[in-house]
Design a protein. Structure first.
Length: 61
């Protein structure tokens, strides 16, 4: 039972999130040979001020 966590900046619409979840689920199902219902996807919407790379907040880049 795969569990996929997607971390991305907030701001995507529900329609975009739905398309992402469907695409990820379909790919895992096809490659692993499992039903769609076996895959769980969790989207973590993150503020740019809560994400940093190389010591720089994404909100400052």
């Amino acid at each position: 039972m795969p569990v996929v966590h997607i971390h991305m900046f907030e701001g995507r619409t529900d329609e975009q999130k739905s398309a992402i979840v469907k695409g990820v689920t379909k790919t895992i199902s096809e490659v692993a040979g499992i039903p769609d219902s076996a895959t769980t996807v969790v989207i973590h919407d993150t503020k740019r001020s809560d994400w940093a790379q190389g010591g720089v907040l994404a909100s400052e880049a």
